[in-house]
Design a protein around this ligand. Structure first.
Ligand SMILES: [Cu+2]
Length: 171
């Protein structure tokens, strides 16, 4: 990795070719039903966060213009977090990106109907933003969310939600 920031948000690396070379070979609709990825999330109702020891698996979806879930609690220092992000878009020209602030590796670019995984090892306690890195619509800038990282040994349970500005504190 030579350069990771600022993110390359728009696909300006196009090359020209005669349309007839690809006209009859292109796929326009990517059916989510055809996605057999082991970590696929086929709809927002299936979106979830599961702890397995110190591994946290986030089954996340992206569609214009939000992630589900977009608010995650219960991640702790010492965890390895795996964001399995499924792009629920099925139209061929709507990729979504995924990044988490401060990640030591790259961002994802997830094509329509596909699933990709980003591994993240938190390195500090606090609130960490996640965001889309590919210009996907006029509301692209709103496509973001948060993960709260608690201290190692914390008893904060795994919780996740969509669209809540502040998760309700556990009693
Ligand atoms: Cu997006």
């Amino acid at each position: 990795m030579i350069l990771d920031f600022p993110t390359i948000g728009e696909p300006h690396y196009a090359q020209a070719m005669p349309a007839e070379l690809i006209k009859d070979k292109q796929v326009k609709i990517y059916k989510i039903d055809d996605n057999n990825h082991p970590y696929v999330t086929k709809g927002e109702k299936e979106a979830r966060v599961i702890r397995e020891g110190n591994k946290v698996h986030v089954y996340m979806t992206s569609i214009r213009s939000h992630f589900a879930p977009d608010n995650i609690e219960g991640v702790k220092m010492g965890d390895e977090v795996y964001f399995h992000v499924t792009n629920l878009e099925q139209d061929w020209d709507v990729p979504h990106g995924f990044a988490i602030k401060g990640a030591a590796n790259s961002e994802l670019l997830i094509m329509p109907g596909e699933t990709s995984t980003l591994k993240w090892v938190p390195n500090r306690v606090g609130i960490v933003p996640i965001y889309c890195t590919d210009f996907c619509s006029a509301l692209h800038q709103e496509m973001q969310g948060y993960v709260r990282v608690s201290p190692a040994g914390s008893t904060v349970p795994i919780k996740f939600s969509l669209g809540e500005s502040a998760p309700v504190a556990a009693e």
